[in-house]
Structures are given as structure tokens and as C-alpha cells.
Design a protein around this ligand. Structure first.
Ligand SMILES: Cc1ncc(COP(=O)(O)O)c(C=O)c1O
Length: 301
């Protein structure tokens, strides 16, 4: 298969030529922020919202990308255009921008950032079967990084917190997604997605204090409103998920997935629950493609 093309510090290069030295601070101490979109029929979905979040992450960690949102959006679209010959084989792309502070001797010494835009296959195989079966969420002992330590609203590659959570959950069930608690014991998020549960006919989701503010989460809230589903942002505890009528998780790759079990206990009576079903249809309508059929079609690729 043809090699992918990446953007690497101002040039479009074959993926194998985008190489960073091991001395790089982005590698040595995860001094890097990133964002990830997916394409829909080859177009980057919600690019502006993702770039606004990326620029907020950059601002919070004091990295100057050196390009405006509009200029960087054009670079990203160009990367996708250059990879178009692979689209049939992939179905759609995952598109990721990574921006590191770049080589420097002193963090306050300005140095050009290291900027990359990469395209990957969407991991349909990981979740295609879960649209019907539902996901298993497991609470690890590792807590989500407290905002006082490193704000989870910053999308950084410093993810050892999430990796440890994933190891713990997958040692319980290799298919499980870890659902991390915050330092107060409130539900936060899964390693790469946000949580909603339904009780008393209202969709409830943790507020933004201890989570990454998912673009898919916000789109799901907007879709819920268009379906006359009320959404409340509030503190939620494990109890709320054990007794929920249904639950689902959201992220860029799968959009929305039902939750079937929480720490081994069934969640709700039917999987997917009625709200999850309606939102899955609404997501497919918004994207103009059947997200479940696409995932199933490409799961073996
Ligand atoms: C920690 C975390 N939470 C939530 C999300 C979901 O964000 P989005 O819906 O913008 O993909 C992600 C995405 O990768 C994530 O890494």
C-alpha cells in the first residue's frame, strides 16, 4: 500500500521521513500538545472546533505555533488531500496535529516549535461490535490528573496517567475502557472519550472541571437538544452509573457508543438504550453516513 504523507515542520514528507531525535523534549518529557479529528467522506469534521481547542492548549502551555488557525487549517486540509489515494482502503482518516515546544536549552528561550500533522487509519476494529454489544467501563485505582496538577482541559501527550488507568482496566477485562474518578471520587472520563448517563429521563454528564472538553461531547449535547433531550452537567458518582437507565460514551472516532456494563454490573435494561439509539441515528444523519455500517464494513481492514 502507498505510504502516507505527513506534514513535518513546514514540509510534506513521506511518513518514514518524519523523524524526531531522541533528545527532543517532546519525547523526553512529553512537552507536546495535540488534537485529533476524523474525516467524514474525506472532509475533516469540526476542524474549527478542534483547532480552537488546540490553540487553547497551546496558549495554556505557552507554545507559539507560528501560524494562525486559518493557515494551519489549510495545512491540515492539504495533508488530507495528499493522502486521498488511501481513502478507499481506510474508509476515513484519523487526523492528528502534534506541536512540541521544540529543542531548547531553557523553557523560556524561544525556539521554533516542532509541528506535525499525521494521518492514521481509524481503529474501526476496536469498536465496530460495541455499537450493539455496548462497552464495559471499569474504574481503575489511578485517578484523573487533578486540574491543580495539570489541567485535563489541556490535550497533551503527557498521558501516563491515562495509560496506567488503561493497563489497570484491561487487566480486569482486555476489552474494557477505564472510567477514571477524580480526587473526590466523581466520575470523569474514559481514556479518550466523555461519559453520559441517563436518569429520570435526563442525560447527565460530568462538568468540565476534570475532563477534556470533547468536541464530540459538545456536538452530542447539541444533538440531544435538537431531539428535545435535556442535558445537565453535574458531579456524578459511581452510584449514579450503577443505577442509570442507560449510559454512553462519546469521542471523535466512534462518535457515540452504548455502555453495557460498569465494573461487571449491567447498566440499564436494554443496550443500546433508547436515548443512545436516537443519538446514534442523529450522529449518522449529521455526518451523512451510517457510522455503524461504516465501522462494521472496515473492521477487518
Ligand atoms: C482524555 C480525553 N477525553 C475526551 C476525549 C474526547 O474528545 P473528542 O470528542 O474531542 O474527540 C478525548 C479524545 O481523544 C480524550 O483524549
Amino acid at each position: 500500500m502507498e505510504e502516507r504523507t505527513y506534514y513535518f515542520n513546514g514540509r510534506y514528507v513521506p511518513a518514514s521521513e518524519a523523524v524526531i531525535p531522541v533528545s527532543h523534549p517532546g519525547y523526553r518529557r512529553a512537552d507536546t500538545v495535540f488534537d485529533t479529528e476524523r474525516t467524514v467522506n474525506g472532509e475533516v469534521f469540526r476542524l474549527e472546533a478542534h483547532l480552537e481547542r488546540l490553540f487553547r492548549s497551546l496558549k495554556a502551555v505557552r507554545i507559539d505555533l507560528g501560524l494562525s488557525i486559518v493557515e494551519f487549517a489549510e495545512v491540515i486540509r492539504e495533508v488530507v488531500r495528499r493522502n486521498e489515494p488511501l481513502l478507499d482502503a481506510y474508509g476515513d482518516f484519523w487526523v492528528t496535529q502534534l506541536v512540541s515546544r521544540g529543542p531548547h536549552r531553557n523553557v523560556l528561550e524561544p525556539s521554533p516549535p516542532t509541528v506535525t500533522v499525521v494521518v492514521d487509519p481509524l481503529p474501526f476494529w476496536r469498536f465496530a461490535h460495541l455499537y450493539e454489544q455496548g462497552a464495559h467501563l471499569v474504574t481503575p485505582s489511578t485517578r484523573r490528573t487533578a486540574p491543580e496538577a495539570l489541567d485535563p482541559k489541556i490535550k497533551t501527550t503527557d498521558r501516563l496517567n491515562l495509560v496506567m488507568a488503561e493497563i489497570e482496566a484491561k487487566q480486569v477485562d482486555p476489552e474494557a475502557y477505564p472510567l477514571l474518578l477524580d480526587d473526590q471520587g466523581n466520575l470523569t472520563e474514559i481514556v479518550s472519550g466523555n461519559l453520559f448517563l441517563v436518569s429520570e429521563g435526563v442525560a447527565r454528564t460530568p462538568g468540565s472541571r476534570s475532563i477534556l472538553q470533547g468536541v464530540t461531547r459538545q456536538t452530542t449535547i447539541d444533538l440531544a437538544h435538537s431531539l428535545d433531550i435535556s442535558v445537565v452537567e453535574q458531579d456524578l458518582q459511581p452510584y449514579d452509573l450503577y443505577v442509570a437507565e442507560e449510559a454512553f460514551v462519546t469521542t471523535t472516532s466512534f462518535c457515540v457508543l452504548p455502555v453495557a456494563r460498569f465494573n461487571g454490573a449491567p447498566v440499564g435494561r436494554n443496550v443500546p438504550g433508547p436515548f443512545t439509539r436516537r443519538l446514534t441515528v442523529a450522529w449518522s444523519d449529521l455526518l451523512g453516513l451510517d457510522i455503524v455500517a461504516q465501522a462494521q464494513r472496515y473492521a477487518d481492514h
